[in-house]
Design a protein around this ligand. Structure first.
Ligand SMILES: Cc1cc2nc3c(=O)[nH]c(=O)nc-3n(C[C@H](O)[C@H](O)[C@H](O)COP(=O)(O)O)c2cc1C
Length: 396
């Protein structure tokens, strides 16, 4: 069990590390590297606890608080977000620290009482409201839909510290609490996966929030999952600016599945041609891939080519969850096309194209359908599609 860690003078990480979690949000989000539930204790003339942890880790939180303070010394509890991974320990902390005044948004107050059948009283905050801890101040910034309606950020101007809860988070369990204690490319990869799978649909709000935050001096960003941005806060803010702005690179992701190999031949032809044209390309066979990892690949790619044979008049079920996810996440400024083999009436292309269009992907040409196995001419059509994609990517 990890001990409390002083992240800045009299500001402590008092959270928990979940080394073994492999799926988050039920089955919705793969967490290959585990995660952490970060809570922070700020000591001053008054003491504030910012967020709690997932309920099974309540004892870790209590132990860490008691290492540096005591539950009876907590004057304020700030709830930045009511989701269970951050508020699960809240009822127990309220039982042990009944003197604490709770600060949260109106939506959080309603949500906490409903989630836990409580009858707690809350101090409802609006953006700009502050509480003084003595030498330090906590300033609140509402952040609705980043990523729930109740979400808010807490900022401590004296420490130039932003506590944005889920924003800027990453699912990484590690022995270090800081960005300089883990491999940076791996960290950015996990942060990208987090953004792509959680915040993508709210990109316009992220961009607006970054603009709002740009007036603040921020030296440290301490999110509620993963490591604290101590050495590279600028790097994650720049990445969020890029991702929320829909900026991509000349990269194409070819996602497909196949029963007997014909659609795979088409996918490989597309891939080879894209690479010949100098385009960064990624081939993904969906049935043996992790959906959340593939979504992350799409984040910085301009093109998404999706292939499936027709299976009962539609695309293969192994692509369904992925295509539904893309539809829900609404990636910005992507181009795409469909391809696949069929035996008689077809149907996969229409199904894929509908999903891509619903996701807002611009179809650059009608899909390529091939009866049974592709002929040399039909593979040439695949090469032409890849050339068209490459030309567009290399031009933009
Ligand atoms: C269970 C099953 C259902 C199929 N349903 C259809 C269908 O509804 N319409 C169609 O045109 N072809 C259908 N096919 C034929 C396949 O689309 C065809 O064999 C195709 O060439 C397979 O491509 P692949 O080699 O990429 O797997 C079906 C094949 C199987 C095995």
């Amino acid at each position: 069990m990890l001990s409390a860690v002083e992240i800045l003078s009299n500001i402590y990480w008092v959270g928990a590390v979940d080394w073994n979690i492999r799926y988050f949000h039920g089955p919705a989000f793969s967490t290959h590297q585990g995660t952490t539930y970060n809570a922070y204790l700020i000591k001053d003339e008054k003491t504030a606890l910012v967020d709690t942890v997932y309920q099974p880790f309540t004892q870790d939180l209590i132990k860490n608080i008691e290492e540096v303070s005591s539950l009876s010394s907590i004057d304020y509890i700030v709830v930045n977000h009511i989701e269970s991974d951050h508020s699960g320990a809240f009822p127990e902390i309220m039982r042990l620290a009944p003197q604490a005044q709770v600060y949260c948004t109106q939506k959080a107050a309603e949500g906490l009482n409903k989630l836990y059948g409580g009858n707690w009283e809350f101090n409802i905050i609006k953006t700009g409201d502050e509480i003084s801890l003595g030498g330090k101040t906590l300033r609140f910034i509402e952040a609705p839909m980043l990523h729930w309606p109740d979400s808010m950020f807490t900022y401590c101007p004296e420490a130039s510290l932003l506590l944005p809860n889920d924003a800027f988070g990453q699912h990484i369990a590690s022995s270090s609490r800081f960005d300089d204690g883990v491999d940076l490319p791996q960290l950015m990869d996990e942060a990208a996966k987090y953004y792509a799978n959680i915040l993508y649909p709210f990109s316009a709000l992220v961009a607006r929030k970054l603009n709002e935050l740009s007036g603040l001096e921020i030296k440290m960003i301490a999110p509620s999952h993963g490591v604290i941005w101590r050495s590279h806060p600028d790097k994650i803010v720049e990445a969020y600016s890029r991702w929320s702005g829909g900026k991509s690179k000349p990269k194409a992701v070819v996602v497909y599945d196949t029963m007997w190999g014909s659609t795979e031949k088409m996918a490989l032809t597309l891939l080879d041609t894209l690479m010949e044209q100098g385009v960064e390309a990624k081939l993904v066979k969906m049935s043996i891939s992790d959906r959340n990892d593939v979504i992350k690949e799409i984040l910085d790619a301009k093109a998404l080519l999706v292939g499936s044979p027709t299976f009962n008049r539609d695309f293969l079920p192994s692509l369904s969850a992925f295509l539904d996810d893309v539809k829900g996440l609404k990636p910005k400024s992507k181009i795409g096309a469909a391809f696949g083999s069929f035996g008689w009436g077809g149907g996969a292309l229409k199904g894929i194209e509908e999903k891509l269009q619903e996701a807002g992907v611009e179809l650059i040409q009608p899909g390529i359908g091939v009866k049974w196995a592709p002929t040399e001419e039909e593979l040439t059509s695949c090469r032409e599609l890849a050339m068209k994609v490459a030309e567009r990517l290399n031009r933009e």
